[in-house]
Design a protein around this ligand. Sequence first.
Ligand SMILES: Nc1ncnc2c1ncn2[C@@H]1O[C@H](COP(=O)(O)OP(=O)(O)OP(=O)(O)O)[C@@H](O)[C@H]1O
Ligand SMILES: [Mg+2]
Length: 255
Amino acid sequence: MRGGAQPQLMRCDDDGYYVVKFLENPQHPRVLANEWVAWQLASKLGLPVPHAARVEVPEALVERSEDLVIQLARSRKKLRGGAYFGSRYPGHPAETAVYDFLPDELLAEVENLEDFVGMLVFDKWTCNTNGRQAIFYRPHGGSRYQTLMIDQGFCFNAGEWDFPDAPLRGLYARVRVYQSVTGMESFETWLHRLERDINEKVMDEILSRTPPEWYNFDHAALYQLLERLLDRRRRVRDLLVAAKDTYRQPFPNWK
Ligand SMILES: Nc1ncnc2c1ncn2[C@@H]1O[C@H](COP(=O)(O)OP(=O)(O)OP(=O)(O)O)[C@@H](O)[C@H]1O
Ligand SMILES: [Mg+2]
């Protein structure tokens, strides 16, 4: 696949296809932990994220596959067998076309376009230091597009886990997706879910379910990350207002 982490599309034994990110990726090993933690949190909030899985890549497959490498500037790094993060492809790649971008005219026709509003709450909360990324596809050849939110690798500021909030971070490149925002009340459903659905118990589950090799067995660091997330929920309103006041004017209909 395209992308800085150099992920690979792999068919798995549940007959699903997954976009797999490896620990040896050029971004940071913690990108896998970030994807996993963010997937669990976003799912809890009812945001449209692809199903995720821990994908076991056999050593024998890596040995036999010339393409299972990380391309460096002047060399190739051979991957190793192991368990890696997989993000499920919606449907079969030969049948379902997936797009990284849609022109504004087609964006207007995306069935769940308003989920971008919820995802902004999420990206502000988790301090996603990349722009928001999404994919678009038409389920079962239907006429309307659906969007799924992908690439949570730079939530918590990639490998840093330090939350350097900044007004433009986490926004989607096309402000068309925020056209329904008319004020803070447009975010309230999501802010409410953040309070209602995220708690210590959810964080404990995440702590116990995240494969430790994805965060270098640094249990204390992950614990602290999750604690800070619980705490940061009350900052999200201010972060949204800061985004509103930027030159990008992401919310043209905010009165
Ligand atoms: N679940 C998925 N289903 C279909 N395609 C996907 C899925 N996840 C990722 N992709 C595709 O793979 C590409 C790379 O994925 P992703 O953006 O997560 O990787 P990345 O290496 O972190 O990228 P970046 O360079 O933006 O940091 C995406 O642009 C998208 O086209
Ligand atoms: Mg990406």
